[in-house]
Design a binder for this molecule. Sequence first.
Ligand SMILES: *Cc1c(COP(=O)(O)O)cnc(C)c1O
Length: 386
Amino acid sequence: MIPYGRQEIGDDDVEAVATVLRSEWLTQGPAVPRFERAVAGRCGAAHALAVNSATSALHLACLALGLGQGDLLWTTPITFVASANCARYCGAEVDFVDIDPCTCNMSVAALAEKLARAAVAGRLPKIVVPVHFAGRPCDMAAIHALGQRYGFRIVEDASHAIGASYRGEPVGNCRYSDITVFSFHPVKIITTGEGGMALTNDAALAETMALLRSHGITRDPARMDHEPDGPWYYQQIALGFNYRMTDIQAALGLSQLQRLDAFVARRRELAERYQQHLTDLPLTLPGETPEERSAWHLYVIRLRREQIRRTHREVFAALRAAGIGVNLHYIPVHTQPYYRQLGFRPGDFPEAERYYAEAISLPMYAALGDDQQDEVISAVAEAVSA
Ligand SMILES: *Cc1c(COP(=O)(O)O)cnc(C)c1O
């Protein structure tokens, strides 16, 4: 089976991890701050905090921005559940903004309309979480302008988008947001096994996230309520978590980061080959623009169902039967039982639900060879023509 995504681990990666294993520090050593500085430098953000997952980074971001009971967070329904769950961890409510069928990102027009209605009702969100779906950046300048007008904060869920760029600048520089979050899960662009990062230009947000990442414990005398009792002394000044990344993971991340450009270049090449060979089929293909350059985390085709005899489910099954590990990203979050139990209903976000009835993720990863991709292309042509 050709999977839809997978990591690419080279000898340099193995060597980098082995070096840490032979060293004094497996965690809280020098590799984590080195990885943080490297990602911050590469993305042009002032601060970066490595954590054990993007889910943890989203949670810390919400806490640092003061999200709590009675507050509201808005995100897109076409995302992984973590983009919404972070609000629930803080006791806040979630709502969704329907997608733009062309980019599959949160629709800026729908966001603007919903904000205008929410302003009248006095229920504006405290945080909006745009997700750069499949690696294609959202229109951040427009979302930022709405944030200025309606007073919400912005956390970019860039789990798909390290290596992407918006208006010529790297995603992660937080020019249009308070915090940006990356994931380093093995199917993402670069990996640390499990891992994530939160980037920000705001020193106070960085400091709060750093505190909460490690139990709310500080060793900084300036933050204590009295002089340290001695050299052993620390104080817990908030309720934090253990969301730390290990040095083993950070060493892998640093090594992977060296190949980020090569990974994204290969993904773009694969996207161009798909575009070239699938263009005459009854499919809607994903794209990018010079302003919104994708990292090509996913390659999602949409079936033009009125032109295909088979159903969506049958096309999907035919591809799986042909040895193509297709997948579906994502089941609209508001239709999950957990969210239905909070009051959401099928029909609430029609563009997201239409997307769900048509979408299939094809294999897309740097290690995918041309021959394998040709197999995928033939199988797709066969599946939608039968
Ligand atoms: C993968 C992913 C996450 C969660 O990342 P983890 O590192 O696995 O916690 C969050 N949001 C989106 C959009 C993702 O794709």
